[in-house]
Design a protein. Structure first.
Length: 170
């Protein structure tokens, strides 16, 4: 997810690529992202769409309907009737959703290095620079969905939010 799905999602959002977003997102979050894209078009601005890397990702396994184990966790603030188990991507954890008889969601905190360069309609840089880098933090929630036409399970984005950014020096 960190190496392919997240960069594809972020680049589609930054490029205003609604076709790719429709493929990756559930309807509610698609509406949210398309609203953001419409606001950028109205302001006649476009951010640099290149995601340089997704360096840090932390997974929260979200099993609906259980009380929170980690009350201090950001996720518990979003949905207080939930349980989250955190692991690093390097740790292999297998959770069988059939054992819980609940719907499986995965919350993913990511830190993506991106070029901080916003251009106006004429292509002039109005914020940042071509060589300015920022580390953007995002919180993404994915849900497993069965696609009958393809006969397979796929992950779809069900929530997306920015969790801040910081300048990067190289």
């Amino acid at each position: 997810m960190r190496e392919v799905y997240v960069p594809k999602l972020l680049e589609a959002w930054l490029r205003s690529d609604s076709a790719v977003l429709k493929e990756l997102c559930k309807e509610d979050v698609l509406t949210k992202l398309m609203h953001d894209i419409a606001a950028r078009k109205k302001e006649k601005v476009s951010p640099d769409p290149n995601v340089l890397s997704v360096d840090h990702a932390e997974v929260g396994w979200h099993l609906l309907g259980l009380p929170p184990f980690f009350a201090t966790c950001f996720l518990a603030l979003i949905c207080p009737l939930s349980c989250y188990f955190f692991v690093s991507l390097e740790t292999q954890v297998i959770v069988d959703p059939a054992m819980t008889e609940r719907q499986m969601l995965i919350g993913l905190f990511v830190a993506a290095q991106q070029i901080h360069c916003v251009r106006n309609h004429d292509g002039e840089i109005i914020e940042g620079a071509e060589d300015a880098f920022k580390l953007y933090r995002y919180f993404l929630v994915f849900q497993r969905e069965y696609v009958e036409e393809e006969g397979e399970l796929v992950w779809r984005l069900v929530d997306f939010s920015s969790a801040g950014d910081e300048d990067q020096m190289f």
